[in-house]
Write a protein that binds this ligand. Structure first.
Ligand code: ADA
Length: 570
């Protein structure tokens, strides 16, 4: 997996990205015809990429097969997949090794006793939708398919480290941290093995133990609680990071984390005790030429543009972003909202109450926490977006996910984006209330923001949630890049700039509001049929277009955000 640092020094990791054999399977015959033995095709495709960029496949939805041979010196292999849209089935040398559901998370399979030599890896990606899909078929992004993120074959030996999480809490003065490592170990050999296991923080070994595991045994090893004095805190201004590593005789796992405290107190969000105003954008990790297989160079470019603009936060709408992007956010001190793709409008009440949907969603939350736990930049877990949180089914889903995330998610604020502010019955299940509203676009005028804020404050207080601060998690309107007008009419750059600036200033002045995420950072391709107000088949509410060219709104929002920063410094 691409990271900002080497996550292994001992383990041999072979990246399998590159050109694979490729064949679509619109009739779903590949399995009965045993394509996993040999994919009869002259066709090739790059991994990672979306198949939609192949000529003639822009609109293809269904199954497609990818196959490549690779050489290994043998032993136990951990085959790691960073993202396949949406369901993946995997074969090694024609033997089925497993499946995974959910397009935006990492998964892996361990295969033992692999002989030295050449081996054939086959992946079948399936991006079809059904009644229990997450997301459902109706979304406001494109139905891409394929292998979106990297694939690696890792040779694991002896006692190896499958996971490493650093749990901590800070003392009252935020000068010291009590911490412990929670690790997952596994014996990759066909015999019992004893190994020293060393846990290091900031390059210093802080705990070591000799561990013996039977062949194939898994063990969770939690270190005794220890104290780190003189802790360097992670913040937006000074994003101090610490290396955390676990090393065994034959294997290792290296990660990074940061120590920080995020709290909701007295109607404010506090980072390390200091009140925070969130100046943000919603960002899809998407580009018209690459879809969700988003290039590293463009991640960095997006960060540069967003930082220049004066943002201190990004909402990863509407799914977990790639780890490398999260590493960059950690490094640059940008706060992040990470959520799973339960995108409301598509989910009927029946779907929200469906046990398969509920448990798929829970599994996605579990994976998100497990894979992103150590990133200090993540301050929000987002449970879902615009579901019917004004119904019993929405209430029940929110209850389940909230409890799960609070219990397992570490020091994070749990929230969800509601578009039914005046009828929502689930605000009990969030630490901060987040609202998606579109005055001046889907109805009303920009001036309606003022009366809405007064009305909503009254409702919030009457429900007994006066202590919960409010974020505008989405607001905005479409503007076609280059469409200028003297008359300030919808779809023009001027209209968008004026609307956004008006709304942002209204939020900034209101002490109930602690943040705002413009919808959205960039224009992006959306689903077929292009549907409601989706000119060009794109959602055009970006303040930069899909090629990251700025619209007038980019400069207007940037000016406001920089004014707020200047005020803060006074
Ligand atoms: C919703 C949704 C976004 C986007 C937006 C819009 O709020 O959460 O994904 O679809 O509306 O552009 O209408």
């Amino acid at each position: 997996m691409a990271r900002l640092f080497d996550d292994h020094k001992k383990r041999k990791v072979q990246c399998l990205d590159g050109i694979w054999n490729f064949k679509i399977d619109p009739q779903n015959v590949g399995e009965s015809e045993r394509w996993f033995d040999k994919l009869e095709t002259e066709n090739i495709s790059a991994v990672p990429s979306m198949w939609n960029i192949e000529k003639g496949l822009l609109e293809y939805e269904g199954l497609a097969w990818y196959q490549r041979d690779f050489y290994t010196e043998g032993g136990t292999l951990k085959l790691s997949f960073d993202g396949v849209m949406t369901k993946a089935d995997v074969w090694l040398d024609g033997d089925y090794i497993g499946s995974h559901y959910g397009g935006f998370s990492h998964f892996e399979f361990i295969v033992t006793s692999v002989a030295a030599g050449s081996h054939r890896l086959t992946v079948r990606a399936d991006n079809r939708f059904d009644k229990q899909s997450i997301p459902q078929v109706w979304v406001d992004w494109y139905h891409y398919g394929g292998i979106t993120r990297s694939i690696c074959a890792e040779t694991i030996q002896g006692i190896c480290v499958l996971a490493n999480k650093l749990e901590y809490s800070l003392n009252d003065g935020l000068t010291a941290a009590e911490y412990r490592f929670v690790s997952q170990l596994y014996n990759a050999e066909d015999k019992s093995v004893t190994s020293k296991v060393e846990f290091a923080l900031d390059g210093k070994i802080v705990y070591a133990e000799d561990v013996t595991l039977a062949s194939g045994e898994y063990r969770e090893l939690i270190t005794p609680t220890a104290t780190l004095d003189n802790v360097r805190l992670w913040s937006c201004e000074s994003p101090a990071l610490y290396d955390i590593s676990i090393v065994t005789d034959t294997d290792d796992l290296i990660d990074r984390t940061g120590f920080r405290l995020i709290e909701v107190k007295d109607n404010k969000i506090l980072l390390n005790g200091k009140s925070l105003e969130l100046r943000g954008v919603n960002r899809h990790e998407e580009h018209p030429e690459f879809g969700f297989a988003f290039p590293q160079s463009l991640m960095k470019r997006d960060i540069d543009i967003i930082l220049d603009m004066g943002c201190n936060t990004i909402r990863g709408s509407h799914y977990p972003n790639s780890k490398l992007f999260l590493d960059m956010l950690d490094k640059y001190g940008i706060l992040f909202w990470s959520e799973i793709p339960i995108w409301g409008c598509g989910f009927s009440e029946a779907a929200l109450a469906d046990e398969v949907v509920l448990s798929r969603g829970l599994e996605m939350h579990r994976e998100m926490i497990e894979q992103y736990y150590n990133h200090p930049s993540i301050i929000f877990w987002g449970m879902h977006n615009e579901i019917h949180s004004d119904t019993q089914a929405g209430y029940e889903m929110s209850r389940r996910y909230y409890n799960f995330l609070k219990e397992n998610g570490g020091n994070r604020i749990v929230t969800y984006a509601s578009n039914v502010p005046m009828t929502d019955i689930s605000f009990e299940f969030c630490d901060v209330i987040s609202l998606n509203m579109y005055y001046g676009w889907y109805g009303g005028t920009k001036e309606d923001w003022d009366s809405f804020l007064t009305k909503f404050r009254a409702r919030r207080d009457s429900l007994g949630f006066a202590h919960k601060p409010v974020i505008m998690s989405e607001f905005g309107c479409a503007a076609l890049y280059g469409n200028h007008t003297f008359d300030n009419i919808p779809w023009s750059e001027e209209y968008q700039a004026e609307l956004l600036s008006y709304a942002i200033n209204a939020f900034h002045k209101d002490d109930m509001m602690v943040g705002f995420y413009v919808w959205q950072y960039c224009d992006m391709r959306t689903c077929k049929p292009a549907g409601i107000n989706r000119a060009r088949g794109f959602n055009n509410k970006g303040i930069v277009n899909e090629y990251r060219k700025p619209k007038a709104a980019y400069f207007a929002v940037s000016k406001d955000y920089h004014n707020f920063i200047a005020e803060e410094k006074k």
